[in-house]
Design a protein around this ligand. Sequence first.
Ligand SMILES: Cc1cc2nc3c(=O)[nH]c(=O)nc-3n(C[C@H](O)[C@H](O)[C@H](O)COP(=O)(O)OP(=O)(O)OC[C@H]3O[C@@H](n4cnc5c(N)ncnc54)[C@H](O)[C@@H]3O)c2cc1C
Length: 265
Amino acid sequence: MKTNFHIAVVGAGAFGGWTALHLLERGARVTLLDAWGPGNSRASSGGETRIMRGAYGPDQPYTELAARALKLWQKHEERWKRRFLHRSGVLWMASGRDDAFERGSVQMLRASKIKFRELSAPQMRRRWPQVNFEGIEWGIFEPECGYLDARASCQAVVDAFVASGGKYRQVSVMADGVEDAPLRTLTLSDGSKLKAHRYVFACGSWLGKIFPQAVGPLIRATKQDVFFFGPPPGDNRFTDAHLPVWADHRGRFRYGIPGSDRRRS
Ligand SMILES: Cc1cc2nc3c(=O)[nH]c(=O)nc-3n(C[C@H](O)[C@H](O)[C@H](O)COP(=O)(O)OP(=O)(O)OC[C@H]3O[C@@H](n4cnc5c(N)ncnc54)[C@H](O)[C@@H]3O)c2cc1C
């Protein structure tokens, strides 16, 4: 049942979009605002793909959250009749010496009931002959995880939100007065004001700008290098039909996403 309780959600990335949709589904009146649009190129949720995985090492809350997210993706994909989660599997490659992350992940995966298998190096070499497993002694394979269409799924969440009666506005929330207690209205970049009963700020790395005193330098945006590799035409060994998402923790954390639909050679 819809109520008149009005919630403004600022930021339509992965966090804000889903928050707005869930609040709407629980009966609130929701306005969702984003300066540049869901999954825009400046946002962390923008770009082609993001990994959906259950392994996050020992003693953390993320594996349990990932287990819930996997169920929610299935439910929403069935409802929308569209696929965003590509279950190519996720392969974690471990060396015997430095595998605390993987050992800890195994326990968390088991507790959260996310499907996985432990694989020996010979098993991995047989299954993925295109991968160089030198120095790798064992691995974890999560068959029901994989990668998400990032930007496209952010847009789909906002489309579903609007179709269910939510209001989306592409406008920026100005920092003026946001740190006032209590917060009474938002000042928007088009000169208008927005008043709600509650406000949710899901502004990602912009949070420090909009809350300079409360958050300020606590959030520091860092540069992550993304590389695209182009196999020769006709070489399908690195597409998602043949290669899972993979991660290698030795030394520095490196990971890769297989060639997907739009980036196939
Ligand atoms: C290169 C890279 C790779 C990653 N890989 C993975 C991965 O494989 N798997 C994984 O789980 N996570 C991954 N992450 C992390 C994940 O992408 C982020 O945790 C997630 O996208 C954050 O979403 P968000 O909604 O908090 O922020 P954002 O997506 O940044 O959304 C914030 C939104 O707020 C809006 N906004 C900001 N300020 C204002 C304002 N004043 N007024 C109105 N709107 C405003 C912005 O326009 C933006 O759309 C990766 C991140 C990066 C950068």
